[in-house]
Design a protein around this ligand. Structure first.
Ligand code: ATP
Length: 308
């Protein structure tokens, strides 16, 4: 549905994106995750044809965004970071205006309007001026305008930014419902949002893609944590030679004890704690702690963010 290839963009001396490439298949719900200033909004503006990259290209549903901007925009429902709503207009009048602007044929408008209103739960608020609505309901109006023309692709820039916890839950379940009919890409800096909603996450840090994976791959990697009183020679090499070990990382420990993360699984698919225990005993290592841990999206993200 989306193919972004080698996107780069600078604002004067600020390099906002560097050689960013990713594909998004039809029907996926993908989170573009990154800290503030990572380049999420810049990426989204380029994907939606509102900003030209310095280098690279984007295809949406097989069409080049640069050469077929209008056709691509007609396929996309876009919720910008701050949706341009008109506070003095009623919800109904605003959505009618958008339907006209998007050239939804007159005879189709009642059907499209009522479908968007129903999907976003705005039925009880149609005559209220947008300026009087709560932030959560204004966000619903933003989503209603994004789906009015039944887009194949929904691109949402920080859709829950500034909402309270109840509104966040509501907007997330609304996004989940919308994803039944469209491919969805949304940006966020909130990890739990990605975990709650996505099939896949693309992690953007300092304008570069640092990870692109299915959530199941990131969320369920078991590993063992070994803490020793002091570090005997050759610990890391010995750990990395264990059957099933796929990597050993020395970790920072606030207490100052040498600490290692041993990635990988034994032949039964379990963690490597029993094998590490045997090795530590045979080698007379001064064992302080040995435990199983699961690499979560949070540990992956924090590691990438601090390495940046
Ligand atoms: P946030 O989560 O804070 O919205 P983001 O991940 O969406 O951040 P961008 O808004 O794409 O990041 O910004 C990426 C970098 O480009 C930042 O350093 C930002 O300051 C810079 N930037 C963005 N827009 C402009 C602009 N119009 N002029 C100059 N610099 C800009």
């Amino acid at each position: 549905m989306i193919r972004a290839t080698g996107l780069s963009k600078s604002y004067g001396p600020i390099e906002a994106l560097r050689d960013v490439s990713f594909d998004i298949a039809r029907g996926q719900i993908v989170g573009l995750l990154g800290p503030n200033g990572a380049g999420k909004t810049t990426t989204i503006k380029i994907l939606t044809g509102y900003l030209q990259p310095d280098a690279g290209s984007v295809q949406v549903d097989g069409l080049d965004v640069l050469t077929h901007t209008r056709e691509v925009q007609a396929k996309i429902g876009y919720l910008p970071e701050s949706a341009p709503l008109y506070p003095e207009l009623s919800v109904q009048a605003y959505l009618r205006m958008i339907a006209d602007l998007r050239q939804v044929p007159e005879q189709e408008q009642p059907l499209r309007l009522s479908a968007a209103i129903r999907a976003t739960g705005l039925d009880q608020h149609l005559t209220r001026p947008i300026g009087e609505l709560s932030k959560g309901y204004r966000q619903r109006v933003g989503l209603a305008q994004a789906i009015l023309h039944r887009p194949k692709l929904l691109i949402l820039d920080e859709p829950t930014l500034g909402l309270d916890p109840t509104q966040i839950v509501e907007i997330r379940s609304l996004i989940r419902r919308l994803a039944e009919h469209s491919t969805v890409l949304f940006s966020t800096h909130i990890l739990s949002e990605v975990e709650a909603l996505c099939d896949r996450v693309v992690i953007l840090i300092n304008g570069q893609i640092r990870a692109d994976a299915h959530l199941s791959e990131l969320a369920a990697t078991p590993h063992a944590i070994l803490v020793l009183e002091r570090a005997p020679e050759g610990v890391e090499v010995a750990l990395s030679r264990l059957a099933g070990a796929s990597g050993v990382e020395a970790m920072a420990n606030p207490d100052g004890y040498p600490t290692y993360r041993v990635l990988g699984q034994d032949v039964q698919g379990g963690d490597l704690c029993p094998a590490i225990y045997d090795l530590a005993r045979e080698s007379a290592w001064p064992l302080r702690e040995l435990r199983r841990d699961v690499r979560t999206l949070e540990t992956v993200f924090n590691k990438l963010a601090t390495a940046a």
